[in-house]
Design a protein around this ligand. Sequence first.
Ligand SMILES: [Zn+2]
Length: 516
Amino acid sequence: MPSKDGQKSSGSLRSADLYQILRAQLRGRNQKLKQRGFHELLAEEVAVSKIGEFYYGEKLFARPEDPKLRALADRYDMIPEQAFRMTGGPVETMKNPCRCADLTCLQIQGAHLSGSALEGSDVTFNGNPFEWSDIDVMLQLGPVEIDKDMKRNPTRSPDTIYVTKTSVPQKGFFLLHHVPLPSCSRHDPIPFSGHRLKKRLINTMKMNGFKKFRHTTNVRSLQNFTFEGPSVASTDQITSADMVICISFPHWPSQEFCSRKRHHKHPGGELVQLLCETPALLVPVGSADSSTKLHEWRLSFSRHEYLVYKALPRVLKDCLIVLKYANAVVNGPKAAIKGFLLKTSVLWLAELHSEDELNRKSFHDCLLMVLDFVYRRAEKGLPCYFWAEINLLGRCKPEDKEKIRQSVDRLKKHLEDAVRNIVAVFTRYDDSGVRDPRLPSRNYDDLRKFMFGNDATARRGEQDSETWMTEENMRKLFSSRAPLSTLHDKVLRTLSSPDKLKRCQEARKANRAKRW
Ligand SMILES: [Zn+2]
């Protein structure tokens, strides 16, 4: 059993050494992804592979010349059976209700990665037959003007979508409605619907599937789409990715965040100011049990999270990423402890404890501090870091809260074994640039024996029965190569080739003015 300070008698490494190696390995893995332009290029690569060639400023819903593709894009104009055969899916019936709700001026203004992939805190193992965190690519659409005072300033550009915003009962969610054209005779406002945009995005992705794989007519067998929550998830042979539509929301309610008392002056005044001035995003997802759910939008602070994350004390950054990995191997790919729970907890803890105070603790104690915070918050509710009136667990059922608490207990119990397993897996990949002379060869059995010492067999039994870290799963992590790693390598090659890089930079420069 681990003693009070996390020291364990079994295994060849002391707890403190083990954590030191893991933190170095995780930083080493992230280091190569920190090259200038890497994340931008990765987001674009994924977007192009999913929705086809586009350049910033091109219309997302442009109608193609090819009659077959055209039919697919306009499939709500086809007879249902024909459309079903062609697309392998149900037919969109929502026609454009009025000229006021025309979407043809919408453009892709940018593609960027969302928080955890940017931070390098998303869980990616190389040997990867499992569903860990997918790559999330945000597609920013626009131009959309929210709540522009049309009476005082009636100039209306034909290339902009004008909408008004109304709140719904659940905080953080909004409905947007098209501002009617002066000539319009309709009485009811038409929603600017996230659901409608997601369906159109799927059409665009299916069209791309047709273009890429013309030899077959069943696109569904090549690309699988699901759309729960804000994203359109797409899985094909290349990689699985979640495409998240978003629009810019400049005037988010930032008063509480701006005026919050911060005893340890973290984040600092300048950063707080910058955060308040940074537009939030709206993503298409509705509040639970709402009759207008399909059309609603939810606030997203993914840009803000990234800015605050960068300013975190190093020890808390390391806590977040170590806990994400440990949670993944202890509780499995569908763990009840979600990434946002860990991240939000860490952001709050950075306000509650000074960096000096944190550095005086052992790393093991810092990890336990975060987990205890998550446990308490699963009971009391977890305020959104940027708008504390929103309870992120407000709609979480009691049994789901109980699952979170059980998962925290399991993670605490098996934390050190998880870390031993993860260090072994990273040592096997040897892709972190960290070569500790104490670590043995890259053979599974040798590494396991080294990590767990004479205790290896006894601990195997507990890990097999109580956690995801079974013998079978761990051996799989030691085997194949993940598609995402292949994509990473491709982007790294582009970055290291002057010709390719120049072309990318020029394309980007030409379109910079149109981006956020
Ligand atoms: Zn109208």
